[in-house]
Design a protein around this ligand. Sequence first.
Ligand code: PMP
Length: 447
Amino acid sequence: MPPTSISQRAAQVIPGGVNSGQRLIPGLTDLVIASTEGARFTDAKGRTYTDYHAAFGPPLLGHNDPEVAAAVAEAGRRIDLTGVGVTEGEVELAEEIVRLVPSVEKVLLTSTGSEATFHALRVARAATGRRLVVKFQGCYHGWHDSVSLNVISAPDKVGAQDPISTGILPEVLDATLVLPFNDIPAVRQTFAEYGADIAAVILEPVPHNVGCLLPDLEFLQSLRDETTKSGSVLIFDEVITGFRHALGGWQAISGVTPDLTAMGKAIGNGYPVGALGGRAELMELFSTTPGAPAFFAGTYNGHPSVVAAAHATLRKLQTEPVHEHVFRLGAAIRTGLAEIFTELGVPAVAHGYGSVFVSYFMDGPAPRTYTDLLRNDASRFIGYRRRLLEHGVFELPLNLKRSHVSYAHTDADVDALLSATRAAVRDTLAVGGEQELAGTSTMGGAS
Ligand code: PMP
């Protein structure tokens, strides 16, 4: 029998039927996306959803933003890739990033966030001649070996590695130390023991790959102090926080500045562009002059179309009240959710920051570490999100995933989200039970 549906055809020629690790959702395996617009997407069966998943975060302006689309189309008519020299657009984008992001003196463009974090670690090792990388539970930094580690699922495994994939060399896992987030004593102890061998500390300043853990300022400061003392490189992975939470990223909000910053997602509103920036002295190690210690390359780096997308995005972020709008809606959603949970008498925490929101089904206070998140009831978390689909609301029905609001969402969307959530949570509480989790890994991967 020849395959009949698009998903069946996909399964025949694409391993798993999708092109990225977390696009195949239990219960939604026949989801075929037909179109996007503003705050919504429509599937091949004609069902339209208000989209709070937002592709894991890029479309801060909303889908198909007209200015971004026009800039890309204009670039596409005028110029494409030559693979030699530089374009004025790339230079202007680099100048803009240097101007906006406090710690960035020089910057290189990539096509993805994973490339930015990969190169950050490479240059940290090149600069220090050291081996070890410190990362934190709950943080994801891309698909590559040393930081694609899954979140650690049990408190007694702190310090151990839990690879997201087989095929990763044991040496790479051995060279990666995993610490609990917001834990200053763990950081101090690790530096006391291994400091002379630590090339880099990498973190999501706000670990959004498990929803939202807000960093203590003293924790970020302790990372700055310890890395400076030991001559290690401090890397902020601002792939999610950058441009979304502030034009200068979390470093502008916290005042703690890293040596290197990885950027991606919101910078191009969905077009494939990332960046690695930082202190000139470190970034110069990538200089392409012969004998430069770190190699940096990429056929598509600085492609004129994605550079145009980034310019149009950054322009709109600076000329229209985008942050004001998404922060206002995000706050209204968190307040509304908290009221609903009180009304329904369910122990739950409406958490997040700015345009990002997430509801954990657990007693308060808001979680600060990954271990706190083990108290979240995955069955309720996934269950109500599956029911939201029936109301035309899309929040990714996978455990611990954050949701995002964009410039294209409206107050009416927020009202609809809140009433859908009230009904979905009420129905989930009424049914309850483990059947919500059929076919689902409760601690899943990241993106
Ligand atoms: N860092 C963080 C914090 C991320 O969330 C992601 C992707 N979700 C990456 C890096 C990797 O970015 P990309 O998927 O563009 O390679």
